[in-house]
Design a protein around this ligand. Structure first.
Ligand code: NDP
Length: 483
């Protein structure tokens, strides 16, 4: 069972110097309590009381998603990224236990010593960089229990060191081929899955017996739901080794561009040059990834860090789903090299950069309005805001604000529109011969629409009547007049 909160680990409002932390106004508490309309449960945050219907999706995702990743790997590695060919071939032989077993044995990736060494060597190297590289201290949002946590923001440096070393050791000193990731992709997939599952179960166990911030845990009463969505909010080793920031940023996002680079090298090995589609894809992914690290401080206040607990969704997702599914397009372009016409190239380049502009500008508006406490210009005019109050489970009342103008007045998640345009451009680099490279934009649409609903539930619980006021002022969730 859960242990009591360790007093030394309770860092309630430990960082009052934080620019981003909300100001606490105890004197306004009575007034606020009288006025608030919807505070879901004792604290807001992840759902706690879950029904059978809430448990089914996590159950099936944990059961099936690893096979989906393996199936996509198989279709790319053995069938030129055709999603249907493996199934059609199998159906010709008949779906018996023997034919399915033969198919798995012949096609699925196998564990390899190289795969395990590379994966765990990479993971420990990233852990080492995360722990020793210097960086400024950033702060997350105040949690439902009232903690405002510090983070070491050193991702850009880790990205530069990792990529610099990889290029120097492979292309410079020829210690290993630059295509090494591509060449060991199957073995790496198995090793990453092992790591993803181990981390999920470790996090579940740690949450029960050695929680970092016990008062920020959420138990749903269902172990399936808890393994998937996580119990601990901010599991850490020591003061700064934060699971969420590390696993999402390093084995996840640093790997993204490195994998692409290695796949571009594999394409070069195969056909003697790198296609312009592969270059454009590498560029768009690079833009997205480097933006993430340059704005890593901003990431501390996004839903991943500010709302999601650390379970299978983030741990397996960061270790397996992100590196293997987000890079499907570069795997595709190795198997199906495409030279784009310059007209098509320019169109995709434009869509990607326009999407990036919307994505960055929208996220920037939210960040700047919070940083300046609303004292800033948005689209040349003084920012319009709703001043809000919310309560944490320690009973303190905090103040925050919701931006009403700029992109946040167009729809409640216009940043997602930018993200979807970038995602579409990434997929369009692969032409139209197969569906598989479009998996990313389809998945992102599902992910972001689901996020909109989760975020609505969270913000309603956190801000109550203020959120309702925002929803009345900005009725559309994503695309004006559509949704
Ligand atoms: P947002 O950055 O939109 O954050 C939502 C939070 O912002 C809310 O919970 C609320 O939190 C605050 N907020 C909501 N409305 C307002 C407002 N009007 N004014 C000020 N604050 C407001 O969502 P995400 O964290 O999901 O996404 C961040 C970015 O990351 C997006 O651009 C998204 O596209 C991208 N992303 C990419 C993914 C990928 O896999 N590639 C996955 C998910 C996201 P509070 O008030 O508590 O601060």
């Amino acid at each position: 069972m859960a242990k009591d909160i360790k007093p030394e680990l309770r860092q309630r409002n430990a960082t009052s110097s934080n620019n981003y932390s909300s100001s606490v106004t105890n004197d306004s508490k009575t007034n606020f309590n009288e006025n608030k309309l919807a505070q879901v449960g004792k604290t807001w945050g992840r759902a706690r009381d879950v029904s059978f219907a809430d448990i089914l999706p996590p159950f099936f995702i944990m059961l099936l998603c690893p096979y989906l990743v393996i199936y996509f790997w198989t279709s790319c590695t053995h069938y030129d990224c055709s999603i249907t060919t493996p199934i059609l071939l199998l159906s010709e032989k008949g779906f018996t236990i023997d034919t399915i077993a033969d198919f798995i044995f012949e096609n699925f990736p196998k564990p390899t010593v190289e795969g395990f060494l590379l994966y765990f060597g990479w993971l420990f190297f990233q852990g080492f960089l995360y722990s020793i590289l210097p960086g400024k201290i950033g702060f997350g949002q105040t949690t439902p229990a009232g903690h405002t946590l510090p983070y070491i923001v050193n991702g850009t440096l880790a990205w530069i060191v990792t990529h610099g070393l990889f290029v120097a050791l492979s292309l410079g000193l020829n210690l290993f081929p630059a295509s090494i990731i591509h060449d060991n992709w199957g073995g790496l997939l198995i090793a990453a899955n092992v790591q993803g599952y181990l981390l999920s179960f470790f996090s579940y166990w740690k949450a029960h017996f050695y929680p970092t911030f016990a008062d920020d845990r959420k138990f749903s009463g269902s172990w399936i739901y808890d393994i998937f969505w996580g119990i601990e909010f901010n599991p850490r080793f020591g003061k700064y080794f934060d699971f969420k920031l590390f696993f999402n940023g390093r084995p996840g996002i640093v790997a993204w561009t490195l994998i692409n680079f290695s796949f571009a090298a594999a394409q070069y090995n195969n056909i003697g040059y790198v296609t312009n589609s592969m270059i454009l894809l590498n560029w768009l992914h690079f833009l997205y990834v480097i933006d993430f690290f340059i704005n890593e401080d901003w990431y501390l206040r996004t839903i991943d860090i500010a709302h999601d607990h650390f379970g299978f969704y983030l741990s397996w997702g960061d270790c397996v789903w992100l590196p293997f599914m987000y890079t499907l397009q570069s795997h595709y372009l190795v198997r199906n090299p495409i030279d784009l016409s310059w007209e098509y190239f320019s169109l995709v380049f434009f869509i990607g950069h326009f999407g990036y502009y919307v994505f960055r500008a929208t996220n920037w508006q939210k960040d700047v309005v919070r940083r300046t406490n609303g004292d800033c210009l948005i689209w040349g005019k003084k920012a319009k805001v709703i001043r809000t109050k919310f309560e944490t489970s320690d009973g303190k009342i905090h103040e925050s604000l919701l931006l009403l103008s700029g992109f946040w007045g167009v729809s409640r998640h216009f940043n997602y529109v930018g993200d979807l345009l970038i995602s579409l451009a990434m997929c369009l680099t692969c032409g139209f011969a197969h569906l598989l490279p479009y998996f990313y934009v389809i998945y992102m649409t599902i992910l972001l629409v689901a996020r909109i609903n989760r975020d609505h539930h969270r913000c309603l619980g956190k801000y109550g009547k203020y959120w309702e006021e925002y929803c009345r002022a900005v009725p559309y969730k994503l695309i004006p007049f559509v949704f």
